[in-house]
Design a protein around this ligand. Structure first.
Ligand code: M6R
Length: 620
């Protein structure tokens, strides 16, 4: 996720902004930049790549040209537009008087770009963000808000749709920064005769421990000795003051003990951001769409290729696409795909799913598919990485950088993205009516709020893990869309707790795995919605009884209101009601906590970096 720093005070802004960016490096980024003003022209530097590249650039231009006590800085995690110098922030307006940095997604950027182009303004980047700089300059230069920084900023903010934290700097007003937030965070740091802004407190923790959190749709006007908080309509608002009692290391993790726990908590935002902007004017859209509706209509089979957690998300793509689109979907672990010579042609769509976009097995599968004439659509979390670059089209997940090696938020975002792909195919092939697509999309949009509720089970799961202690082995059972969830739960436990864990389709139990059941063996069961395929529900209730009768201890994940499972659960974790296809987005979350907690009891003290594993696996 992008990192943002702002400074207004008495000291030189450059070193403060650079330190702030350094402290936010943990968020992940692919470019960085800083803009500074002292009222005699905005000076800006930006560079793709690591902060060192930016520092090299600063050395080239010389610190003398970057003097000023008002500064904004940004580390960018590319969403719209590749990670190149031109797309790095800050973005300057056409007249050079405005600089902006932005975190989030401006969903209506395409129409705003068209409007600016029609007004003769040249767009210099591929980003959604740049429009905000030009819009502010126009609002300040002409019309009702001319000459009024505050009114111009409010006018622009009210035109932006989507999620954003945005900082505006204007060279005519070098004593202030105007900033705003909608759905993404922004914190004010209150110093002595100086003020800071940060997308998190790590940006300014070295300088002050006094902070104020801005509320949803709040604007702040920041000067060296005061800050004023407004609503988007200009009426006064108040923030939430708090004292920071973390050190820098804790601040980077947002106060969580590990990045993984932080990322589990970021899942509502990851799913929300992934869905944002993909359903507009009654139509589902992908991102870099070099596949037309005609191409999609022509598809008669789908192959999914992926590894690890991405593979599990791909299993869910199979369930969704076959159900919604009625085309056969085959799924293959990417490392096996090309070696068994699958039958592909130009009517085949290969869905390549990868968080990193660099996984060698998946990349080679993509190359093989393209060589056979298939169309490739990538679902990826890393803009500009190799897999999307070599694919015909891409749908980006907006989970932000995932630092924990065990995938959590990227997995949920992949599931959401796979469903968007399924809906785009159903739309192109006409296998679902527009109102049916709208209904499914609506239920997807309800998921982030439901995940928030599931996150509340953390304490309950901690209690379960305490009772279980250092288990030696564990089984996970599911049916239908619960089966990939079982596999994902087992993978998390293997990765984090270093113990044997298996996921099975519950119906397969009687064909062998039931021999593993012994007294006190912990078995997790993901119960399908009783309101969905009812026969599946009643069959899994029988499966739970079978394992309980053989001494297993059952941890049952079931919908609120599902009373049928109560007599057979040693522990019952409730998840909100949702349509069957959406249930994996909820049922996975307790299993992530469970793995993280059991890991501690099994002696893994660093769940962010499990032994033997790498975040990007770039060898076959
Ligand atoms: O970057 P990718 O999504 O292509 O990575 C695929 C797998 O290596 C990854 O999901 C791995 O299984 C994770 N450690 C799972 O937690």
């Amino acid at each position: 996720m992008c990192g943002i720093i702002g400074y207004v005070g008495q000291r030189q802004g450059l070193p403060i902004a650079l330190d702030g960016l350094r402290n936010m490096e943990y968020r992940g980024y692919d470019s960085a930049g800083i803009a500074i003003t002292q009222g005699a022209g905005i000076a800006a530097v930006k560079r793709a790549g690591k902060l060192q590249n930016l520092e090299d650039r600063i050395d080239e231009v010389g610190v003398e040209s970057l003097k000023g006590t008002t500064a904004i800085g940004h580390t960018r995690w590319a969403t719209h537009g590749r990670p190149i110098d031109e797309n790095a922030h800050p973005h300057l307006s056409y007249d050079g008087k405005v600089a902006i940095v932005h975190n989030g997604i401006i969903e209506n950027f395409a129409s705003l770009r068209d409007e600016l182009r029609a007004a003769g303004i040249e767009l210099r980047s591929e980003t959604d963000s740049e429009v905000a700089a030009h819009l502010l300059a126009r609002a300040y230069n002409e019309g009702e808000t001319a000459g009024d920084f505050r009114a111009s900023a409010l006018a622009v903010l009210n035109r932006l749709e989507g999620a954003f934290t945005i900082l505006f700097m204007h060279d005519d007003h070098p004593d202030q920064i105007i900033a705003a937030r909608r759905s993404t965070p922004l914190i004010v740091g209150v110093g002595e005769g100086e003020m800071f802004l940060g997308s998190d407190v790590a940006a300014f923790i070295e300088h002050t421990k006094h902070a104020v959190e801005l509320g949803q749709d709040n604007v702040v006007i920041l000067r060296a000795d005061e800050y004023e908080i407004l609503n988007f309509d200009g009426t006064p608002a108040t923030g939430r003051p708090f004292e920071i009692d973390w050190d820098l290391a804790a601040a980077e993790k947002g106060g969580y003990d590990s990045f993984m726990l932080k990322e589990i908590h970021e899942q509502p935002a990851a799913v929300r951001d992934t869905l944002a902007g993909h359903y507009q004017d009654g139509r589902v859209t992908l991102d870099e769409q070099n596949l037309t509706d005609e191409d999609l209509k022509y598809i008669d089979q789908v192959f999914v290729v992926a590894c690890g957690s991405a593979y599990h998300s791909g299993l869910l793509a199979k369930y969704a696409i076959e159900h919604w689109v009625r085309v056969p979907v085959q799924i293959e672990v990417a490392s096996e795909f090309r070696y068994r010579d699958p039958i592909l042609d130009e009517r085949t769509l290969v869905l390549a799913i990868s968080q990193s976009g660099e996984t060698a097995d998946t990349l080679e599968a993509v190359r093989h598919a393209k060589a056979q004439g298939a169309k490739v659509l990538a679902v990826c979390n890393t803009n500009g990485s190799q897999i999307p670059r070599e694919s015909d089209a891409v749908l980006y997940t907006h989970a932000g950088p995932e630092i924990g090696v065990a995938s959590t938020k990227a997995f949920l975002a992949q599931v959401a993205a796979n469903y968007i792909v399924g809906l785009a195919l159903a739309q192109a092939k006409g296998t679902k009516y527009p109102d049916e697509i709208a209904e499914i999309y609506r239920s997807l949009e309800e998921i982030p709020a439901k995940i928030e509720r599931v996150l509340e089970c953390e304490e309950q799961v901690t209690g379960i893990a305490e009772v279980l202690g250092a288990v030696r082995t564990m089984l996970f059972l599911g049916r239908g869309v619960g089966y990939p969830v079982a596999l994902e739960g087992a993978l998390k436990l293997k990765e984090l707790a270093y113990i044997h864990a298996e996921g099975f389709p519950a119906g397969e139990l009687k064909h062998g795995p039931i021999a593993l059941i012994e007294d006190d063996l912990p078995v997790v069961v993901i119960v399908p919605s009783p309101r969905g395929v009812t026969v599946l529900h009643s069959k899994i209730v029988s499966n739970i009884q079978e394992i309980r009768a053989r001494g297993a201890k059952t941890i049952v994940i079931a919908e609120e209101g599902d009373t049928a499972v109560e007599p057979y659960a040693n522990w019952l974790i409730r998840i909100p009601e949702s349509p069957s296809m959406m249930q994996p987005l909820l049922a996975t979350v307790p299993l992530q906590y469970l793995a993280a907690e059991i890991a501690g009891h099994c002696g893994n003290t660093d769940i962010d970096k499990p032994r033997n594993l790498a975040k990007s696996v770039t060898v076959e």
